[in-house]
Design a binder for this molecule. Sequence first.
Ligand SMILES: C=CC1=C(C)c2cc3[nH]c(cc4nc(cc5[nH]c(cc1n2)c(C)c5CCC(=O)O)C(CCC(=O)O)=C4C)c(C)c3C=C
Ligand code: FE2
Ligand code: FE2
Length: 370
Amino acid sequence: MQLSSAPRPRVAIVLFNLGGPDSPEAVRPFLENLFMDPAILRMPGFIRKPLGKFIAYRRTKAASENYAILGGRSPLLPLTEEQGAALQDALARDMPEAESRCFVAMRYWHPFSDAAAQAVQAWGADEVVLLPLYPQFSTTTTGSSITAWNDACAKIGLSLPTRTLCCWHSDDAFAAATAAMLRKAYDEALPQVQGGKKLRILFSAHGLPETIVKQGDPYQWQVERSVAAVAAQLGIEGLDHQLCYQSRVTPQKWLGPSTEEALEKAANDKVAVLVHPIAFVSEHSETLVELDVEYKELAHKLGVPGYFRAPAQNSDPAFISALSGLVLRLRDAGARTLCSFAGGRQCPKVHSGCPHTGVKAPATPRKVAA
Ligand SMILES: C=CC1=C(C)c2cc3[nH]c(cc4nc(cc5[nH]c(cc1n2)c(C)c5CCC(=O)O)C(CCC(=O)O)=C4C)c(C)c3C=C
Ligand SMILES: [Fe+2]
Ligand SMILES: [Fe+2]
């Protein structure tokens, strides 16, 4: 219901995600974009660019084989577009005082931030909300997307009031929506476990090189908070769970334990596993191939007595409502332009990669439409 005839402000919600190749030919240039990103390969440009191209060239075969299983392309863009359409509907319901439209800005393949910024400008937005589809902040993901967005806006002279959500790792509504999906998967899996063995939940997060964490990246700390929040909302007495890290793609030391090691442990402990992708909110190659094909085969080989996988959120209505709630809170944040799900900085000081300075601005209470 519209309350007055005053024009409603146009709010552009920019959804950040990583992006994925849309054809077999796109795999190599997509990987080049990824490995030439200074947020990923931290060295001077004259080394990073040739080295990034070389690593991409070396990775192309393995990545292409994975995308071939998915029909030669990543499903990430269509799924992100569906999330955007669902969020737009939810905001029409929850925030009728504004006209909201969702735009997708992918980091390493189309549509890039440049195209998204041009679309936001062409639409005539009055304000912008930057909403990463990564629950946990990492300098390699959300941090890199914010940089790309700022560069894209500078190129076309787009300068609008902008609010940025940096992370929502243990937002209550997000944790509740995730726990509800996971609980359903758990209740379905339990009766299928062979020989009445126990079922362990493996929270499998995308990995990160340890050097990046040592440089202050808050991702690992935030993933741990997500696991605690979701586990608490599951309401399973005596829950057996473990956090592990998947998708190591370079020879450096990455965060551990790896998902492979967690599967070995499950085999030794003779427990079945239900794998939940805790750092992804959409299906893509690392859930549909790595979890559903590669780790499943490995679990079978190792003799894990049951391997199950909980789905990613995609456009689950409770999850989309959680995103809508985050947008509402962000717009009510008063003078604050950078917010976590809880308002200000959540990360302990040691995580210097957290984008917050720690300066608090007073929050203005949200006006509820009568
Ligand atoms: C050094 C390399 C990488 C870092 C660091 C990294 C961090 C990181 N990535 C995600 C989420 C996604 N990654 C995806 C694909 C992907 N990631 C890397 C490398 C690093 N990621 C590569 C090489 C690829 C391509 C696929 C492959 O070669 O296996 C995707 C999208 C996949 C798709 O199908 O579209 C996502 C999403 C997070 C959350 C993260 C750190 C916190
Ligand atoms: Fe990745
Ligand atoms: Fe933080």
